[in-house]
Design a protein around this ligand. Structure first.
Ligand code: GUN
Length: 287
């Protein structure tokens, strides 16, 4: 049995083409969406992510503003910058690239962002709205996964969805989006007992663990849909997911590759949220 490759790179490209057209329409009205990206310190992976986000913005016509702050930035300085960006009419979205250095209180920083500019959907206000199914901004990675499934014609309704990983960025919001789409959801984590058994019952398995090729065929039911959120660096400088692709693709009915699966979708959703924020802020009707 062959598997369907869930190609996030292709779908993200199509979405970006649509978003470029939308941004061009906004430009006709004299409006340009703006995204402020704050990076604190010198984490090499964060630098790569921030550069990609800026490139994506340029590609669709969104203005991006980068604020690169030193590792020893004081919390008050970062909070003051957020205050300024909250007031800036050219800025529709504010993103603080995570992780931030340990001496800074991540939750305090996130809470300082105006929820209407919180395009990551990390602010407790947006987390709460997501919980009751009333959200404006969906968190980028889980929302990207839902788009990828939808585009492939794969419904989650009534399905057994198992998410491995309980982070605020992926696992928890993923569970909410799947629940709202009428799935039966299980969240697993490092203390879960019988992990293999639980995963083996999944119709849709989402791996957001952060351990290279952790999910082998022993964790996967024949014909399952497997979503790999992992980005793990290999010794040779390459990249691999949380799923052993070669092995699992032999039994899955659909699977995302790494790279080219979930990653590009996360980035596309960030652009989508930024455009949404802009339309909201400027009170524009495009249709
Ligand atoms: N670090 C890892 N993923 C993300 C993300 O989606 N947003 C931000 N701001 N930081 C991250």
């Amino acid at each position: 049995m062959g598997y369907k490759l869930l190609n996030g790179k292709d779908l993200a490209k199509r979405m970006k083409e649509e978003m470029s057209a939308e941004v061009a329409k906004l430009a006709e009205k004299g409006v340009v969406p703006g995204l402020a990206v704050i990076i604190v310190g010198n984490d090499p992976a964060s630098r790569i992510y921030v550069n990609s986000k800026k490139r994506d913005c340029a590609e669709v016509g969104i203005k991006s503003f980068e604020y690169a702050l030193p590792e020893d930035t004081k919390e008050e300085q970062l909070l003051e910058l957020i205050d300024v960006l909250n007031e800036d009419e050219n800025v529709d979205g504010i993103l603080v690239q995570l992780p931030i250095p340990k001496h800074l209180d991540e939750q305090k920083v996130i809470r300082r962002i105006n929820p209407s500019k919180d395009v990551d959907a990390f602010h407790p206000y947006n987390v709460g709205e997501l919980m009751i199914g009333n959200h404006i901004f969906a968190p980028c990675t889980p929302a990207g996964i839902m788009e990828l499934l939808k585009d492939a014609g794969l419904s989650v309704e009534g399905k057994n969805c198992v998410i491995v990983g309980r982070s605020n960025i992926v696992g928890k919001p993923m569970s909410m989006l799947m629940l709202h789409a009428n799935a039966t959801v299980t969240i697993c984590h490092s203390k879960t007992q019988n992990l293999k058994d639980i995963c083996k019952h999944a119709d849709i398995l989402v791996a957001a663990i952060g351990r290279a090729e952790f999910i082998t065929k022993e964790y996967v039911k024949e014909g399952a849909i497997v979503i790999d959120v992992g980005i793990n660096r290999t010794e040779d400088g390459g990249m691999t997911g949380d799923v052993d692709f070669d092995e699992v693709s032999k039994i899955a009915s659909a699977i995302t590759p790494v790279p080219g699966g979930v990653g590009p979708m996360t980035r596309a959703m960030l652009l989508k949220n930024t455009i949404k924020a802009c339309i909201m802020h400027k009170n524009i009707c495009l249709s």
